[in-house]
Design a protein around this ligand. Structure first.
Ligand SMILES: *[C@@H]1O[C@H](CO)[C@@H](O)[C@H](O)[C@H]1NC(C)=O
Ligand SMILES: *[C@@H]1O[C@H](CO)[C@@H](O)[C@H](O)[C@H]1NC(C)=O
Ligand SMILES: *[C@@H]1O[C@H](CO)[C@@H](O)[C@H](O)[C@H]1NC(C)=O
Ligand SMILES: [Zn+2]
Length: 588
């Protein structure tokens, strides 16, 4: 009786595991079997889209809704291709980049990505493009060419990035790809663009602004010889569908040649699910992040005199139940190839020792799925319990410390269960150093945080709900309980994404109670009161401590406060955040 009472208090079901229980990765849990599903709508052309995978090819071990692995995705895509063949229609698979940084599978190997990229390459993409995370370090850019371009050849489409080769610049991939689909004989032009990114290693790569690239001779040739003669344009871009102007530049060029040519954009970078209708013949899909989402899109193209195109879209949760459901294979889902890929992932995870246990996390802590401050907020935990543990060098011991952290420094939620080596890579893929400014008047220190939070530049933080904000969020309580429980009585939907886009809010193929997302400040601070405060002219002098990433913002803030001369940071040393967290849990 007590159990029923507890469960009926939950707003989301927490899983009734049947079938598909044997997961590819040890510890991964099956999703809720009772969630209502929406069918995919097929067309003449059908697309599977991934973006911003960031190394999450093992899936989400602690999140049942995303517990498939790349092997399951390979099985899924092979079934979809077979179904397409049997229906006489076509499948085009697209990836929009950012394969590095965010998960141990990618980042814990000696050469970041060297173990994960070969696994990624098991998927049979038709169009693959590059993200900014492939370009921060020259080594990653070269590896991209060695592995991704080598594997995908002309299907690696990078229209506006070049790579150094001796004394000259050469295109990083194909500028465009022209191909004819197998079953429908559609002539397709594929382009691949990175947004106007400036943070690349400029000795090794060169990013040309999209609007400038479109003025080059190769694109003039495309306008003259190709655009008038194709049936469809596919643009893979590491570009969000909104606020960023790059896709609009591309569309304007296409429309100047042909007002009715069907165009599908496949975007990325801002880590959200989104779908945009540009005009009657052009649409865009963006498929989330971190192997949480497989995007589905389709198009029917009329063959009569009056051209008409009908499009559809779906966001598929990255779990084996959803995959098996959509290909009608509940009992015989895994393909031989898919199994092999899952096995390869297990082997790499073991080799990299990603399950190495560091601490136990007693509850879930959220980044943007809990209000800040609150007792479910990971940032509150860090602010109140974890940052005070940071060890300071002798010269500032006893002084009051202002420790600043940008919310973007922590990229993902922390779930109840084991804190492993992998957890560190997931929470914070950035290699940050603590810096400090040892003697700053308290009255100045106190002004810094409000100034930083007034900057409109959101520091490294990409909100995943914007622009899909909705006021229809239902109430939501304890979710993702670690315990295996059986739902009694009427099954309720589990919590998850409910996306609002240009077609409404019925795009998510699993019907969920919607997650609620909360706004976050750019940064927060922890003040540890000194035991032997320092004074000068009756004002207390305090020490400012912050990540090197925040340095330029602290600089800017001191400028704005009118004390730019105080900006003289030096190395502070001390434990990285991802080591302080397990230290805290082990002290409980
Ligand atoms: C395409 O046409 C088929 C057959 O009429 C229909 O079942 C399907 O829903 C259509 N798809 C789209 C995207 O309109
Ligand atoms: C698109 O949908 C409309 C309305 O259902 C239909 O009349 C039209 O024939 C469809 N066009 C194509 C190309 O499927
Ligand atoms: C967390 O905060 C909520 C709301 O403020 C409160 O009801 C709850 O008891 C708190 N939980 C814990 C474990 O402190
Ligand atoms: Zn990304």
């Amino acid at each position: 009786m007590a159990l029923i009472t507890i469960l009926s208090a939950l707003n989301c079901a927490v899983g009734a595991p049947h079938g598909l229980n044997a997961r590819g990765q040890p510890g991964a849990r099956p999703p809720n079997n009772n969630d209502e599903m929406r069918d995919l709508q097929w067309g003449d052309l059908n697309f599977l889209h991934t973006t911003d995978t960031h190394g999450w090819l093992a899936g989400h071990i602690l999140e049942r809704q995303f517990s498939a692995d790349w092997g399951d995705f390979v099985s899924f895509s092979e079934h979809v291709r077979q179904l397409a063949d049997s229906r006489g229609v076509d499948l085009i698979m697209v990836d929009s980049g950012d394969r590095h940084d965010g998960n141990g599978l990618s980042d814990a190997s000696k050469h970041d990505g060297s173990k994960a990229l070969p696994i990624f390459c098991e998927a049979d993409y038709d169009v693959v493009t590059v993200g900014n995370h492939e370009l921060y370090r020259g080594a990653a850019a070269r590896q991209e060419v060695r592995r991704i371009r080598k594997r995908y050849g002309e299907r690696y489409v990078v229209s506006n990035v070049e790579l150094v080769s001796g004394q000259s610049w050469v295109p990083m991939g194909a500028k465009y790809r022209l191909f004819t689909t197998k079953n429908q004989n559609k002539r397709v032009l594929a382009l691949g663009f990175l947004f106007n990114f400036v943070g690349n290693d400029k000795l090794v790569t060169r990013v040309t602004k999209v609007e400038d690239e479109l003025e080059k001779q190769w694109f003039k040739d495309v306008e003259r010889d190709i655009l008038p003669n194709v049936d469809y344009v596919v643009v893979a871009g590491h570009v969000p569908l909104r606020k960023f102007p790059e896709f609009t530049y591309v569309l304007n060029k296409i429309r100047a040649v042909n007002k009715h040519l069907p165009v599908s954009f496949f975007g990325g970078h801002s880590h959200i699910r989104d779908y945009r209708i540009y005009d009657d013949y052009a649409v865009g899909l963006q498929s989330g992040r971190y192997c949480e989402t497989i995007g589905w899109a389709s198009a029917n193209i009329s063959s009569g005199t009056e051209l008409s195109v009908n499009f559809s879209r779906s966001y598929i949760d990255f779990n084996p139940r959803a995959f098996a459901y959509h290909v009608g294979q509940p009992d015989n889902f895994l393909t031989e190839h898919g199994r092999t890929v899952s096995k390869a992932i297990r082997k790499v995870r073991k080799h990299l020792d990603l399950d190495a246990h560091k601490a136990d996390v007693p509850q879930n802590y959220y980044t943007d799925r809990a209000p800040f401050p609150s007792n479910r907020s990971l940032y509150s935990l860090i602010q109140e319990k974890v940052l005070p543990l940071l060890t300071s060098p002798e010269i500032i011991q006893g002084m009051t410390r202002f420790v600043f952290l940008n919310t973007g420094a922590v990229r993902f939620d922390l779930f109840k269960g084991p804190y492993t080596k992998d957890t560190g890579y997931i929470l914070s893929p950035f290699k940050n150093q603590w810096l400090h400014i040892p003697r700053v008047p308290r009255s100045v220190a106190e002004q810094i945080l409000p100034v930083i939070n007034g900057f409109d530049r959101v520091l490294e933080k990409k909100s995943r709900h914007e622009p899909n904000q909705t006021n229809s969020w239902g109430p939501r309580e304890a979710i993702d309980s670690g315990a295996e429980q059986t739902v009694l009585g009427t099954p309720k939907a589990s919590c998850g994404y409910r996306t609002t886009d240009d077609l409404g809010d019925d795009g998510d193929s699993t019907v969920h109670s919607p997650w609620k997302f909360y706004p976050l400040p750019n940064a927060f601070q922890t003040i540890t009161q000194g035991t032997e405060p320092h004074f000068y002219d009756e004002e207390e002098l305090v020490s400012l401590i912050f990540h090197d990433f925040l340095a330029r913002f602290i600089d800017k803030a001191l400028n704005q406060i009118g004390r730019p001369e105080l900006f003289k940071p030096t190395f502070h040393g001390g434990e990285p955040l991802i080591d302080l967290l397990p230290q805290y849990f082990n002290s409980l």
